[in-house]
Design a protein. Sequence first.
Length: 454
Amino acid sequence: MPTRNMGNRLIDEIINELKKGINVALIAPTGWGKTRLAFQVIAELAKMGYKIAYAVPTLTLAVHKWEELVSFSPPSAILTAGAAQYCVYRWNYPQRHCNRCSMGKSTDVDVPKIVTYFELNKLVPDHVCAYWVQEAIMHRYSVIVGHYGRLGKILRYVHFLVADEVQERYLPFIESKPLSEIAELLSIDADQLTDVSVIKELAEERLTADPLKEDELYTLLQLLKKTCWIEDGVLYCMELYDLTHNIPEFAITATPPPGWPPEGWGRKIVIEPRTKPKAYIEPSADFYYKDGYSGIGLHLYMIIKWLKQKFGTKCVIIFATSSVRNILRWNLPQASYEPPKDETQIPPSGVVIVDAWGRMRVGVDIRYCDAAVLPWPALHVVARRRLKAEGKNPDTAELILSVQHAGRIMRPRPGETYEDAIRRKIVVFAAARFWRHKDYLTQHFDIEELPAEL
């Protein structure tokens, strides 16, 4: 954590740079206090009369950060959300149906200076749409909070952007939907859903034929506009964040991509970790998607056994793609699929397996697991091609994600210091592909080779 003097000096420095129109990047370890410092910057700028957007990747994370942000007493602040959060008809894309809706679109509602979208929904009269009230009053607030998807609406009202978890811009956002659910929606057998184009064609046919399912079908068609593929009975669809803007930005992250920020982007402030967690890298065994991950189950079983014997590790978490998780269901049958919330929830097997591309990615602390094992989280070939087409290196996305996952276990337990937690946590990068990025990983970890006898 920064000392008071150091924090005040950094805050003044960052504010001065932003007021000059210079972007600022703060790179600091997990647990250092980046977000708290960002909130101090936001509060100081707001008290000077500036308007600031605070953006995070997801609405869930924005709600999680809200209470801490307002504890710094900004003059006014609003936590915003998209139209679907307000719609009384529960449309997924309500604006498509707004011309059918009888609710009013604006009102002179008396709104507090500190307000959230869910409070706003309760404040407006029953005959008025709270979403359109939000859009009408947003410009009044000195601090506007929202997820990345709302930046296009928010940035027109503000002088500065504070972007948290900025590494998410370099990672694909992947949604999933089981083919069984899609088949039920389309009233067909799941075996008929052999290709993405087939799903799209059937959904378009049903859209006009089945008005009762119109919203669900339209939602599915919107999903299919992204880069999609089918794997293990699940439809996956991927998109990339597009955050182009022309206002000064304060960007914060613990896991910057290699080479970020680019030359000429602005000022970079790097806080070196006082203590680095121990990490081991597999120097020889490689597992690729195209090879079907043959042998990976036994490999991970031996690593878990070694962690328990050498370090007395009681809870090991594995972040894995769907293909690897399916293999591990057979090799580690006693594993849990939910991280423990306290010591009593650690499974008897001491093994937890979670989705590498799912909800454990951002803003989650898994402090009751003491070791993280990371197979190379190989993207599907379709996703890799899309990243390459956008001029992005897919290896970079996978590498950032792995470092980010390792950070999920680094938070201290109650009564424990951050440095003590770091000293007892162990990370294993369980594929030789990580070895090629050893220089980058050394920025975050004290690196050793995984023992050859494994």
